[in-house]
Write a protein that binds this ligand. Structure first.
Ligand SMILES: [Zn+2]
Length: 337
C-alpha cells in the first residue's frame, strides 16, 4: 500500500495547487466556535462528525486564504441560515504563498433544510498527444465490462501504447488506466460520454449526504438550460476540465500558466473526488516536501480520514462536515442572478 499511497500523493501534489495546513496560531476563537457549531448540522452527523480540533484548524486556514474572508465573517459564527434560501452564485479565490490563487465558483441554495451546491463543468479532451484515443480509469473500464477483455493487456504500435492496459505505476491494477479509441462506443454510448458521466457519478455520490446535495452539471451534455448556462458564463464560474495524455503529470484542478492541460484523462476516482474539493474552494491539507513541520502533517493532527488531507478510501464519510460547512458559510457573499 505504501507504493500506492506514494504514487497517488505524488500525482496529487503540485507546488501551486497546495496550500497545506497553516500555523496553529491562525486559529481564533471564532474558528473554534464554528468547529463546535458545525456539529449540529445534518451533514456532520455520525461518521461525518470529524475531529473538532482539526476542523477548527481547517476552517482557520481556509478563512485566512479566502479573499472573501471579511464578507464571510460579517455573518456571526452562530448565524442560523433560513431553511430555504434562493440560489446564489458564489465566487472567490483561495490565496497562498502570496503569489498563487485558486479560483472557486459554484451555485448554492437551500431547500427545506438541505443545502444544494451545483458546479457546472465543461470537459476538454486531450488534443495534442493521442488525439484519436482516450485513456480511461480502469474502474470505468470494469464498469463497462472491458476490464478483462480490451483492457486486460497492452497493444503497442511504433513504441507507444495503441490500445489496452496503461500502467500508471500504482500497485493496484484498478488504479491504473486503459486506452481505447476516442470515438469508440460501449453499450451504444461513446466513450467520452461515459467518462464525463463517470466523473459526475463519482462526485455527486461521494460529496452528497444528509443535509448536503451536490450536483455536477455537464455543459458538453447540455445538462444546463441555455438560460442557466448564460448565468454561469456571465459569472465565469464554469469548471473547465482540461485533460492531457501524460500519465505522469501532476493533477491540478484548473489550468495555470505553463500547465494548460493539467488533468490526465485516466485519473482514478480518488483523485477526481479530491480535485472537486478545490472547485468549491477547499485547500489541500497534506504536507509537501520532505520533513514538514509537525503542524503540517494533517494525518497526525486529526485529518487521517479527510479527503483533502490524504484519505483515499472509498468511504463517503471522508467528506467531513467541515467541508460543506466552509462551502455553505459563503452563501451571503454570493450574488443572485
Ligand atoms: Zn489537491
Amino acid at each position: 500500500m505504501k507504493t500506492l499511497i506514494f504514487v497517488i500523493v505524488f500525482a496529487l501534489s503540485s507546488f501551486s495547487a497546495s496550500a497545506n495546513l497553516c500555523k496553529r496560531s491562525n486559529i481564533l476563537k471564532r474558528h473554534r466556535d464554528e468547529a463546535s457549531l458545525l456539529r449540529n448540522e445534518n451533514f456532520s452527523i455520525g461518521h461525518f462528525a470529524g475531529d473538532e480540533t482539526y476542523d477548527a484548524h481547517v476552517i482557520a486556514c481556509n478563512r485566512k486564504r479566502d479573499d472573501k474572508k471579511k464578507a464571510i465573517e460579517k455573518t456571526a459564527a452562530d448565524h442560523q441560515f433560513l431553511s430555504t434560501l434562493a440560489p446564489r452564485f458564489v465566487k472567490g479565490h483561495i490565496k497562498y504563498l502570496n503569489f498563487a490563487k485558486m479560483k472557486y465558483g459554484y451555485k448554492v441554495q437551500r431547500s427545506r433544510g438541505v443545502w444544494m451546491v451545483t458546479v457546472a463543468a465543461q470537459f476538454h479532451f486531450p488534443k495534442h498527444k493521442f488525439p484519436k484515443k482516450l485513456d480511461i480509469p480502469m474502474t470505468l473500464a470494469r464498469e463497462l465490462g472491458i476490464g478483462t477483455t480490451i483492457c486486460a493487456r497492452t497493444t503497442r504500435r511504433f513504441g507507444s501504447i495503441s490500445r489496452g492496459y496503461v500502467n500508471l505505476g500504482n500497485s493496484s491494477r484498478l488504479l491504473n488506466a486503459c486506452r481505447v479509441k476516442r470515438k469508440e462506443k460501449f453499450n451504444g454510448i461513446v466513450i467520452t460520454t461515459h467518462l464525463m458521466k463517470y466523473w459526475k457519478r463519482n462526485i455527486e455520490q461521494y460529496w452528497s449526504h444528509d443535509g448536503i446535495k451536490v450536483r455536477f452539471r455537464i455543459v458538453n451534455l447540455n445538462e444546463l438550460s441555455s438560460n442557466e448556462l448564460k448565468k454561469y458564463k456571465r459569472r465565469k464560474i464554469i469548471w473547465h476540465i482540461r485533460m492531457n495524455h501524460n500519465k505522469t503529470s501532476r493533477a491540478m484542478y484548473r489550468a495555470s500558466i505553463g500547465k494548460p492541460h493539467p488533468l490526465y484523462a485516466g485519473l482514478n476516482h480518488f483523485i477526481i473526488r479530491h480535485e472537486f474539493g478545490h472547485i468549491v474552494g477547499l485547500d489541500d491539507e497534506y504536507p509537501e516536501g520532505n520533513n514538514p513541520p509537525s503542524w503540517r502533517k494533517c494525518s497526525e493532527n486529526g485529518g487521517a480520514d479527510y479527503i483533502m488531507c490524504n484519505s483515499w478510501g472509498n468511504n463517503k464519510d471522508h467528506v467531513k462536515g467541515t467541508y460543506p460547512w466552509i462551502v455553505t458559510r459563503r452563501y451571503y457573499t454570493g450574488k443572485t442572478l
